[in-house]
Design a protein around this ligand. Structure first.
Ligand code: SF4
Length: 64
């Protein structure tokens, strides 16, 4: 899996962090970023759910 966060689109709603706290975190400004070492999602079952939960579709999950 490859996860991309469109930081221009992210509004810092935090839904991704709430849904998949094992993959996403928020930076000091509240915008989404990947936890260190989790750039592939590490098989987190909530990953796709987190992408769906984002209100502005800023998260893209692709199979490699
Ligand atoms: S849910 Fe979307 S808008 Fe909210 S912090 Fe995550 S990526 Fe950004």
């Amino acid at each position: 899996m490859r996860i991309t966060i469109d930081t221009d689109r992210c509004i810092g709603a935090g839904q991704c962090v709430l849904t998949a706290p094992g993959v996403f975190t928020q930076d000091d400004d509240g915008f989404s970023e990947l936890l260190p070492g989790r750039t592939d999602g590490a098989g987190d079952p909530m990953l796709k759910e987190a992408a769906r939960a984002c209100p502005v579709q800023a998260i893209t999950v692709e199979s490699e």
